[in-house]
Write a protein that binds this ligand. Structure first.
Ligand code: ZN
Length: 322
């Protein structure tokens, strides 16, 4: 009898889900909208309906679905299946795995969404050949996840691996977490946009203006890379500084944990060697043990927005066997 596993990537705006063969082939995927006004019960009900409709779309008997894995935002205690805190949805200490399991009549395994995405990337993405990797997702903030010896490293009650909130500038920019100088205030896409705008205001003749269509509010994570490629000195300096910030955090993680690979996710990974070549050099200059002594790969993520689904599948499969 064929067996199937459903992987769900829950978010504040929507949930993505897929049906996987037991061996890990993605058969179908779809998404639904999520809304904090639905409350905990309402959201879990939608997820339950979603799981059943996914099985139907895959042409799979729901009876043959043996487990559901899910990445959830917030502080997620993966051992006990609880969401300890998800501020956007006002969830406090909710038994997400247990309630969804009751509704779906399947075992449900959950973990933090960034960790689950790292797990997916490590098992199926660009670092599948390595035993140890750290994923950094560069977006509004910097999310992270660590996989060593094929296992997720989450810390006690899965409350660790908050890689975006290590300090790289003492007394620096204030962060929503309450500290100053956090990594994500300097190395996220949000930070790159702020750095680009700052450079534009200081350099009115820069090509950055042209790339942004003359409007500072049109600046995005690609603007500085586009102008730098055209030889704009101001843009090149923005990239040089941003790569410097990005490398500071990476060098710290490498000095502590020394993975075989660092994987960058988020739109910025599409900039290719314009980003990766200077980044590798900057990280190599900052790490205690150089890359010619102990190799270190720095690569882009391969699964894009499907990493969470793949990770959720892999999480469920691993926890089932345990
Ligand atoms: Zn912070």
């Amino acid at each position: 009898m064929k067996k199937y596993i459903i992987g769900i990537d829950l978010g504040g705006m929507g949930a993505k889900g897929g049906v996987f063969s037991y061996e890990g082939e993605l058969l179908v995927c779809d998404k639904i909208k999520t809304d904090k006004n639905d409350g905990f019960e309402g959201t879990v009900e939608s997820l339950s309906v979603f799981c059943k409709s996914l099985a139907k779309d895959a042409g799979v008997s729901y009876t043959d679905v043996v487990a559901i894995g899910m990445g959830s935002p917030g502080v997620v205690d993966s051992t006990r299946g609880l969401v300890l805190r998800w501020s956007n949805f006002n969830w406090d200490n909710v038994p997400l795995a247990e309630v969804l399991s009751k509704k779906t009549e399947k075992p449900v395994y959950i973990a933090n969404d960034a960790n689950v995405a790292a797990f997916g990337e490590a098992k199926f993405g660009s670092t599948a050949q390595y035993q140890s990797s750290i994923l950094l997702t560069i977006g509004t903030g910097v999310g992270g996840g660590m996989v060593f010896d094929g296992k997720l490293i989450e810390g006690y009650r899965s409350a660790g691996a908050e890689l975006g909130h290590v300090t790289i500038r003492e007394g620096g920019l204030p962060c929503a977490c309450g500290r100053r100088g956090c990594y994500e205030k300097y190395a996220s896409t949000t930070a790159l946009i702020r750095q680009t705008r700052h450079a534009m205001v200081e350099n009115l003749d820069s090509l950055l203006w042209e790339e942004a269509g003359g409007k500072i509010e049109k600046v995005d994570g690609r603007t500085a890379f586009a102008a730098a490629r055209r030889g704009d000195k101001t843009a090149q300096e923005v990239i040089r500084q941003f790569v410097g910030y990005l490398s500071e955090g990476i060098a710290d993680f490498v000095n502590i944990l020394r993975p075989e690979a660092i994987v960058l996710g988020g739109g910025i990974a599409n900039e290719g060697e314009e980003l990766f070549a200077p980044l590798r050099k900057a990280v190599d200059e900052r790490t205690y043990i150089a890359m010619d002594i102990v190799p270190l790969k720095i690569v882009g993520a391969a699964l894009g927005n499907k990493a969470g689904m793949y990770g959720a599948y892999a999480l469920a499969k691993e926890k089932m066997i345990k």
